[in-house]
Design a protein around this ligand. Structure first.
Ligand code: SAM
Length: 361
């Protein structure tokens, strides 16, 4: 079947690269996602192992429908019970693009009625989510197999203001060339997303190891073969480090690292940027998403912060690569760092952000 991985627009190529590296068969990359070809066990493994996907959808049916009556009869004849458990509350969403069936509400209602005819309860908060997409008169029925968004790894109870989603952080780490084989330092670490994500990569811990997924309640799920899918952890070659001027953020980072099982290879200190030094030898990657104007306060007061960050890097971080994620190219330029051409524009909840990175300083 086709398996669709959802990601933020701009990160598709990075997610496709991760999926290929982890042995999935990538068939296409489209705005907002990556399509794989596989079987149910690939769906389970994608949820468990892919760091960059926000959700994994399984395509359970595809047919042509030109009229609502056709959609109605084809949805009714679909063997829903092959996938959904016999008693389930289901939420349906529909989108229509360039199709004779253009009324999304009506399309949604037809599929809901079909599900009700099979004995399912329709509930906007239902545990199962069926997505109906009608594009050029072709209807695809997909099931969200993840449940809660995959950036929720299951360990992060404490979140500082403006956290980066783990899925996005993982793909920015990949874009910055981080593969777990060098030290990493985030000097504006907030609740510790980058150092914790990087420590998990260094130790090869599956991102989904501590959480549950919707697919575990689906008809075909085999708990024994799923349990055997976990990646064998490896010893981390290097540690990861975070600092922030906010003591509360550091307390959160330590608690999050503890829950993630990487407290022994992550180190967090309360420190303003003006005091930072390389936390270890040899050099590795400095990565941070400093405050950006659209999100916390305004842009103008931030030029000084970016400039002093750049000064600290140039003065004390010889041999380190530096990567920042920010919304304004003028803020990146204010660092005075020799950035390579910026990465693709990524949509971060309406804010357009990009990764700027240097070669070793
Ligand atoms: C956008 S948040 C980073 C979020 C983080 N990546 C996460 O996922 O939680 C920016 C962080 O920069 C920190 N910060 C701002 N100015 C700073 C300074 N002068 N020195 C150290 N940290 C600073 C803030 O306390 C905040 O936690």
């Amino acid at each position: 079947m086709d398996i669709f991985l959802i990601t933020a627009p701009g990160l598709e190529t990075l997610l496709a690269a991760e999926a290929r590296e982890k042995g999935f068969k990538v068939t296409s990359t489209i705005p907002g996602g990556v399509t794989l070809r596989g079987e149910w066990p690939d769906v389970w493994r994608a949820n468990l192992q892919l760091r960059g996907a926000n959700r994994v959808l399984a395509r359970i049916a595809e047919f042509r429908a030109l009229h609502l009556s056709q959609l109605d009869s084809l949805a009714r004849s679909h063997p829903w019970g092959d996938v959904l458990p016999r008693i389930a509350a289901v939420k349906v969403e529909a989108t229509c693009v360039k199709s004779k069936i253009y009324h999304e509400g009506a399309a949604k209602q037809r599929v809901e009625t079909a599900l009700e005819a099979h004995g399912y309860q329709i509930d906007h908060d239902g545990a199962f989510n069926v997505r109906v997409r009608i594009d050029a008169n072709v209807v695809t029925l997909s099931l969200d197999t993840s449940g809660e968004s995959l950036h929720k790894r299951g360990y992060k109870e404490a979140v500082n203001k403006a956290p980066m989603r783990e899925t996005m952080a993982a793909l920015f780490l990949r874009a910055a060339g981080f593969s777990g084989k060098e030290p990493l330092y985030d000097p504006m670490c907030g609740s510790g997303t980058f150092p914790i994500e990087a420590a998990e990569i260094a130790r090869r811990l599956d991102p989904g190891r501590a959480r549950g997924f919707t697919f575990q309640s689906l008809a075909d799920f085999d708990a024994t073969s799923y349990a055997a899918m976990g990646s064998p952890p490896r010893d981390a070659m290097f540690h990861t480090y975070g600092s922030d001027r906010d003591q509360g953020a550091i307390t959160m980072s330590r608690a999050n690292a503890q829950r993630a099982g990487v407290a022994d290879i992550t180190h967090f200190e309360a420190q303003p940027l003006s005091d930072i030094n390389p936390p270890c030898d040899p050099p590795g990657l400095v990565i941070a998403n400093p405050p950006y104007g659209g999100r916390i306060g305004n842009i103008k007061p931030l030029y000084g912060l970016y400039a002093s960050f750049g000064d600290r890097m140039k003065a004390g971080f010889k041999g380190w690569r530096v990567a920042i994620i920010t919304s304004e190219s003028s803020l990146a330029k204010a660092t005075g760092l020799p950035f390579l051409p910026a990465g693709p524009i990524v949509d971060h909840g309406g804010i357009k952000i990009r990764l700027w990175q240097t070669a070793p300083l």
